[in-house]
Design a binder for this molecule. Structure first.
Ligand code: AMP
Ligand code: ZN
Length: 110
């Protein structure tokens, strides 16, 4: 499968891995949008939350546990984002949670 995040999980292309657990890895986003911008992605390929939850019931807990480690490191708060589908602005079709922090976020999002 030609999936860039699967290739990162497999170690076939380089990435800055900043954390991991049995279910997921955390990498530094290549194009950070905030002082803290980490992506948490399951080791197993799934294009979106719906498919992932069907194939890995209960797996989200480990993903959010890892994401929370980075969020909790941002003393003034943080934001989790899961862009999904064309309207959601998803550009990589492998489920991932953005953890953004280190600056004040805008609302509503663009
Ligand atoms: P999304 O638009 O929600 O699908 O987010 C995809 C994210 O992956 C973007 O923030 C990209 O900057 C990031 N990204 C794409 N390729 C890589 C890579 N090789 N290493 C790290 N982050 C990447
Ligand atoms: Zn993948």
């Amino acid at each position: 499968m030609n999936c860039i995040f699967c290739k990162i999980v497999a170690g076939e292309i380089p990435a800055t891995i900043v954390g991991e657990n049995d279910e997921a890895i955390a990498i530094a986003d290549l194009n950070p949008m905030a002082p803290t911008h980490v992506l948490v992605l399951p080791r197993r390929h799934a294009p979106n939350l719906a498919v992932y939850r069907r194939e890995r019931p209960g797996g989200l807990d480990a993903i959010f546990a890892l994401a929370s480690e980075f969020g909790e490191g941002c003393e003034n708060g943080y934001r989790f984002v899961v862009n999904t589908g064309p309207d959601g602005g998803q550009t990589v079709d492998h489920l991932h949670v953005h953890v953004l922090g280190g600056r004040a976020m805008q609302w509503p999002p663009g």
